[in-house]
Design a protein around this ligand. Structure first.
Ligand SMILES: Cc1cc2nc3c(=O)[nH]c(=O)nc-3n(C[C@H](O)[C@H](O)[C@H](O)COP(=O)(O)O)c2cc1C
Length: 195
């Protein structure tokens, strides 16, 4: 049974194109509502990662003090949420050529040594294997795949690093140039997805 973690990162709400597209992907995947977990990064109040949190990450779980356990509670629950779902659907607008800051804060909290990746003699190895991610990307004008697009390569690298290598991008680039066309193209791609 597929379980979906649906994440949105746009700071915009009703008018957000990436939210509309991520919702359309979830709908297309045709999973029962109770098997969808929703996380809105724009209202999750994530904070810049701290020295205390990093120190706790790099302390073996059995050796962590109560304070160290406390400061990574949110990180633990975000990692658990990723683990518990086999499909991730992410709606993400381009902000200044990359992901919104809320998504970067999220990435810093879920890239966890010993939890979502490990170091091996052959280099780092992602631990969240066997999952699939769909990413609906919106940009105002920057073409996806152009030199100014730092967003899609960085997400591919990031999710690959934690073991999620099966990644499908649904692109709606140029929403400020021609919104209808950008959305039409993306909805046509979503229509082709196999549930
Ligand atoms: C803070 C901010 C920064 C943005 N930076 C870029 C950018 O670097 N390149 C670009 O093509 N569009 C940029 N845009 C436009 C958005 O990517 C575009 O409007 C997108 O459709 C927004 O998606 P949303 O409707 O889901 O919020 C920016 C928009 C905002 C609000």
């Amino acid at each position: 049974m597929t379980k979906i973690l649906h994440i949105d990162a746009s700071s915009m709400t009703i008018s957000s194109s990436s939210r509309k597209l991520s919702a359309a992907i979830v709908k297309k995947l045709n999973v029962a509502a109770e098997d969808v977990t929703y996380r809105d990064l724009s209202t999750s109040n994530l904070q810049v990662i701290t020295e205390a949190q990093i120190g706790s990450f790099f302390t073996p779980a059995a050796d962590r003090s109560e304070d160290q356990k406390q400061v990574i509670k949110l990180s633990d629950s975000l990692v658990e949420e990723l683990r518990a779902n086999d499909t991730i659907v992410l709606g993400v607008p381009m902000y200044n050529f990359n992901v919104p800051a809320s998504l970067k804060l999220y990435q810093d909290l879920v890239a966890r040594v010993g939890e979502t990746f490990i170091y091996t003699e052959e280099g780092p190895k992602g631990l969240l294997e066997g999952k699939k991610i769909y990413v609906a990307v919106t940009t105002g004008g920057v073409p996806i795949g152009s030199p100014a697009d730092s967003l899609t390569p960085s997400l591919k690298t990031f999710f690959g690093f934690i073991g999620i290598t099966d990644i499908t991008f649904i692109n709606a680039d140029g929403t400020s140039v021609d919104l209808d066309k950008a959305l039409e193209t993306a909805y046509a791609e979503i229509e082709k997805l196999v549930a």
